[in-house]
Design a protein around this ligand. Structure first.
Ligand SMILES: [Zn+2]
Length: 275
């Protein structure tokens, strides 16, 4: 079986996700019936086993604090999974509407063990170049912690396209030139060329391929093979029709073995020294 590092795994209890998130996203995959206990809490062993069965040998765990859209899945869920199975790397998450002192909260999350940060401006209804977050981006840059930005549309009610404006993401890349920046979903739906341009222009910008139809990737990113050291496999689990199936569809695009290994696992190894 192919070894995969999934850079985009969501964690949280079933009841922490909003009803819309469950209906529009989570239930597009076969996994939601398998990874929660009867009381709706995440069953960590089941979560792990489901991923092992798909060939996943490691991954990044993403909490989220999206009060008005997806729900609040606190960082402690990610920490709990990684404490039991260290092959999963917990990332932090911040929402300036909840975390009035983002630096203090991020320091708290770092103490808990997070190894990076995910910002979801689209679900949390703020711009990703929000100045309140810049001191935290500075910490990430200084400590070599990757910053993931949800970069693309979302169909959840309450989300606005302006929070996915590519120029805001470019601002962060320009203002923090040595920050490892990951554009999750690579500009999904309306700015694939801009996302690829950012990968070409900025040395430390990456794209995670989660939530994209694998068979279309070379249409979205004609330079994906040439720039394969900057593309990361990820799925948006548990809201994905199939983890291993997605990987096989990427493998069927006719890419070389080296390109596939970069995307499936090697780039993640380079970015996350702990893995
Ligand atoms: Zn996601």
């Amino acid at each position: 079986m192919r070894e995969l590092f999934d850079f985009h795994l969501h964690v949280g209890h079933f009841h922490e996700w909003s009803e819309e998130a469950r209906r529009l996203w989570m239930e597009t995959g076969p996994y939601s019936g398998k990874i929660y206990a009867q009381d709706g809490c995440l069953d960590i062993d089941a979560f792990h086993q489901v991923l092992v069965d798909e060939g996943v040998v490691g991954g990044v765990l993403l909490p989220e604090y999206a009060l008005h859209t997806a729900g609040v899945m606190p960082v402690e869920r990610a920490i709990a999974v990684s404490q039991r199975y260290p092959r999963y790397i917990p990332f932090g998450a911040l929402n300036p509407e909840i975390h009035l002192d983002p630096v203090a909260e991020f320091e708290r999350q770092l103490t808990l063990g997070v190894k990076g940060l995910k910002i979801h401006g689209v679900h949390c209804q703020h711009r990703v170049n929000d100045q309140r977050l810049y001191p935290v981006y500075e910490i990430c840059q200084d400590r070599k912690l990757p910053l993931m930005l949800h970069a693309g549309t979302s169909i959840f009610p309450g989300t606005r396209l302006r929070h996915a404006d590519p120029y805001d993401y470019d601002d962060v890349a320009v203002d923090f030139p040595s920050l490892n920046l990951i554009l999750c979903h690579g500009g999904r739906n309306f700015w694939y060329p801009q996302a690829e341009f950012m990968v070409m222009r900025h040395e430390n910008v990456y794209i995670d391929l989660s939530g994209l139809p694998p068979q279309n990737l070379l249409n979205y990113y004609p330079k994906m093979a040439k720039m394969s050291h900057r593309f990361l496999f990820g799925t948006d689990f548990p809201g994905v029709p199939g983890v291993a199936a997605n990987a096989e569809r990427i493998a069927a695009l006719g890419l070389s073995k080296d390109v596939l290994e970069n995307i499936f696992i090697n780039n993640a190894r380079r970015l996350l020294s702990d893995f």
